[in-house]
Design a protein around this ligand. Structure first.
Ligand SMILES: [Zn+2]
Length: 428
């Protein structure tokens, strides 16, 4: 993608030279090792668009690795023709072009790719792509074995910094779910106080390991409109299931007083540990989920109460851009994170980067997060799209004489690197 603005090429070239912080990723291992060329096309988030353009039976057939890829090709060809212009498809196109020299998804192209498919399980090859992309650090949300975090033996993928994955800690609804956390510290939990002590000790251990943030994506399962229940309400739920290990508090309403209470408690811990909190807002991976429950505006009361917690609101709250900008403009404790959004909807992001420049202090914006698991090839493509989006938006603002080219470069630097480096205290 490009812009007709006169300074675009200059600005885009500058963005290419910048180191970038990958503000959000899920790589808990290096990969992938592609088994067939269809897998290169149908990977990352693109299957969601193919699913949306077909249905459950066809997407299952397309991803059935037991069948030879040539047998699945006619279906892929038909679906590609219906999906090939989305942001996710852009990622596939760029991967094919950059790593295989192929311009389009055709049978002949896939045939040529056979026998030279990437094997990124090799850590050096994996890191080589990060190096080429100038990814200086990546914040990893990987749900690790907490014992390995606490004893320091967890191995992170290259350039990774740990995020503490929060949802499991506050969505507990049975004795076993509570005790699974107790087992990390070889402790038997019998009360809400003992559970909170265990959680804090685990979080402190994670910070000691090097964790730079908390991360919570509960919006997949529950609305972001957290209430503020009393401790007694929460404790009643907790005690009810703890006294009989066969019980399970009913989702969602039966467990909500406890879930909401714990979330607030953990935000207090985040404040005391001085770790920022990354929150999923907006669009969700996969298809068939309820978007209304994920609108960041649902967090208003949380943001107003926890003024000393630094929040990083994810995914450009797609498609609720206006609310998202408002929250950052209005609350000193809110930063905006374009992770994943740059490929969900590149045009939305180009417009939003421009709008953000004119409405939100530019020091509160994080421009890139790959949000894949493994897939260093796709992280590269995603970074190229993010750099495009930022360069297009800023070049057009320069063209409109809103700011000068040097100032635009300064903004690009902060959006791709400087702000995240400071916000997450990466010390780069
Ligand atoms: Zn994610």
């Amino acid at each position: 993608m490009r812009s007709n603005a006169k300074c675009f090429d200059d600005l885009r070239a500058y963005c290419e030279t910048l180191p970038i912080v990958d503000c959000h990723d899920h790589s808990d291992g290096c990969g992938p090792k592609y088994a067939d060329p269809v897998q290169v096309v149908v990977n990352g988030y693109f299957p969601s668009d193919l699913h949306s353009a077909s249905g459950d039976a066809e997407i299952a057939l397309l991803q059935d690795a037991q069948r030879p890829w040539e047998e699945r090709w006619p279906l892929l060809e038909r679906l590609w023709q219906r999906t090939k212009h989305t942001g996710y498809a852009q990622v596939t196109r760029r991967v094919l072009k950059h790593f295989y020299g192929e311009d389009d998804v055709t049978f002949d192209a896939l045939k040529r790719m056979e026998g030279r498919l990437l094997d990124l399980t090799d850590a050096a090859a994996f890191e080589g792509i990060l190096e080429e992309t100038h990814i200086a650090a990546r914040i990893l949300d990987i749900w690790p074995d907490l014992r390995k975090v606490l004893d320091g033996t967890l191995m992170l993928t290259p350039r990774g910094r740990l995020a503490i994955s929060l949802p499991g800690f506050h969505s507990v609804r049975s004795y076993q779910m509570v005790q699974d956390f107790g087992n990390v510290l070889k402790r038997t939990i019998t009360s809400l106080d003992e559970y909170l002590d265990v959680c804090l000790e685990i979080f402190v251990g994670c910070k000691h390991f090097g964790a730079v943030a908390f991360k919570d994506q509960s919006a997949y399962e529950r609305p972001l409109t957290y209430g503020n229940p009393t401790r007694a309400e929460a404790e009643a739920v907790f005690n009810w299931f703890m006294e009989d290990p066969r019980r399970s508090a009913a989702y969602p309403d039966g467990v909500r007083p406890l879930d909401d209470f714990l979330f607030h408690e953990f935000l207090r811990m985040a404040r005391d540990l001085d770790l920022p909190v990354q929150l999923h807002t907006g669009h969700m991976a996969g298809i068939r989920n309820d978007i209304a429950k994920t609108n960041a505006v649902g967090l208003t009361r949380v943001l107003e109460l926890h003024r000393d917690v630094r929040f990083d609101l994810f995914h450009a709250n797609w498609p609720y851009g206006g609310e998202w900008l408002y929250l950052a403009k209005n609350y000193p404790n809110v930063s905006l994170d374009f992770c994943w959004a740059n490929i969900i909807d590149p045009i939305y992001c180009q417009a939003l980067f421009k709008q953000a420049l004119s409405s939100v202090p530019h020091g509160k914006i994080h421009g890139y997060g790959s949000d894949f698991g493994g897939n260093a090839d796709r992280a590269w493509a995603h970074a190229a799209i993010a750099r495009d989006n930022i360069a297009i938006a800023l070049a057009e603002m320069v063209e409109a004489e809103y700011l000068g080219l040097d100032e635009a470069k300064e903004v690009a630097y902060t959006w791709l690197f400087g702000n995240a480096n400071e916000f997450f205290r990466l010390g780069l």
